[in-house]
Design a binder for this molecule. Structure first.
Ligand code: KG4
Ligand code: ZN
Length: 336
């Protein structure tokens, strides 16, 4: 089954053709990063406009790269939640139009389910059940993936998502957008231990996360230094932030493995592009005799290939939509 997938939940206009949930026939990503960088973050109104301008071109390229015509497709999939509502609607409306014109099934896909499914593209042998860490710009969860379409969230952030904290700390440190990747680059030239940052405590749960205190501590150090007219070693503060943030994620995954006894561990979401996090998760899982599955860098950030992978399993489980399909800014991963 060959599915054309469309993703437009944030600042990437993306389309891909995926065969049977596992094989990438094409994967086109048009990033708007350069334009949003001028404003220090994603401007939702600009994102929607650019999606509308680019979507035809991106879908055309995905079909061309796959060597297919639209008529040869078996279904159209689209990210319908969660994300920037105006941005999502561009993809959803386009997908509806295409599905109606071609008379093909329309498959709505949850964005975070897509991030998890990125691993199906990279690891043909990977099948649920498994334990999954999702760390993106908007979400930080530990999820029991019981089947391809059944999810139970066992931990979540109480405040900022990891990626959001990376982006806010990066901005305070004066790094340009996108913050996470630029903070990682700066940290390579810094020294861990020069600054002290707290590990935030979360009441009532061993596994839930909190990242806003960590981000605020970075901002406070910068403000105090400014008041005293002291220089900040931004690289070392970045290195300390990255060290603590990635330690929190790997520590919680370790606890979750011990609590659940999970054998297979999966990581997903944009923050998984971070080298220190990748190393730490690998070490944690190896230390406990577990196998870690983490997407290659090209599938960590937003893309449509991951949406096409998940769409196949949604379709097999009986999920499809009609022309009343809407987009939703928020939606729990376990909702059907
Ligand atoms: O999954 P994603 O592409 O989009 C969402 O669904 O949110 O994640 C984007 C997030 C951003 O916050 C970005 O700063 C972060 O992932 N990120 C990173 C790195 N690359 C992307 N964070 C830390 N280190 C990186 N190398
Ligand atoms: Zn994403």
């Amino acid at each position: 089954m060959r599915i054309l997938a469309i993703e437009s939940s944030c600042d990437e206009t993306a389309a891909a053709v995926i065969e049977d949930g596992r094989k990438v026939l094409s994967n086109v990503v048009n990033s708007q990063i350069a334009e949003h960088a001028k404003y220090g973050g994603v401007v939702p109104e600009i994102a929607s406009r650019r999606h509308a301008e680019n979507i035809v071109k991106v879908v055309d390229s995905a079909l061309k790269d796959a060597g297919m015509t639209a008529e040869e497709l078996d279904a159209i999939a689209v990210t319908y939640a969660p994300g920037l509502i105006g941005a999502l609607l561009v993809g959803v409306n386009f997908a509806k139009g295409l599905a109606a014109a071609l008379g093909k099934p329309l498959i709505p896909v949850h964005h975070l389910r897509g991030h998890i499914a990125a691993n199906y593209l990279a690891y043909p042998e990977l099948e649920p059940p498994f334990l999954c860490l999702v760390a993106s710009g908007g979400h930080t969860h530990i999820i029991q993936v019981k089947s391809y379409t059944e999810f139970e969230t066992i931990a979540r952030t109480r405040d900022d998502a990891t990626g959001e904290a990376f982006d806010k700390a990066a901005r305070a440190l004066g790094f340009s957008y996108p913050g996470g990747v630029n903070l990682e680059k700066a940290a390579k030239n810094g020294e861990i231990g020069k600054y002290k940052l707290p590990i935030p405590k979360v009441e009532g749960s061993e596994l839930d996360f909190s990242f806003s205190g960590l981000k605020t501590a970075v901002i406070n150090i910068i403000h105090r230094a400014e008041q005293k007219n002291e220089e900040i070693d931004v690289n070392s503060l970045a290195a300390e932030f990255q060290d603590v943030a990635t330690e929190i994620l790997s520590d919680h995954i370790k606890k979750a493995i011990e609590l659940t006894g999970a054998e297979k561990i999966v990581a997903a979401g944009g923050v998984c592009a971070n080298g220190m996090l990748r190393e730490r998760l690998e070490k944690t899982c190896n230390g406990l005799g577990r196998t870690l599955y983490i997407p290659p860098l090209r599938f960590c950030g937003d893309n449509a290939a991951m949406i096409g992978a998940q769409a196949y399993y949604e379709y097999l489980a009986g999920k499809s939509a009609d022309m009343s399909l809407n987009a939703f800014a928020t939606m729990d991963i376990s909702e059907r």
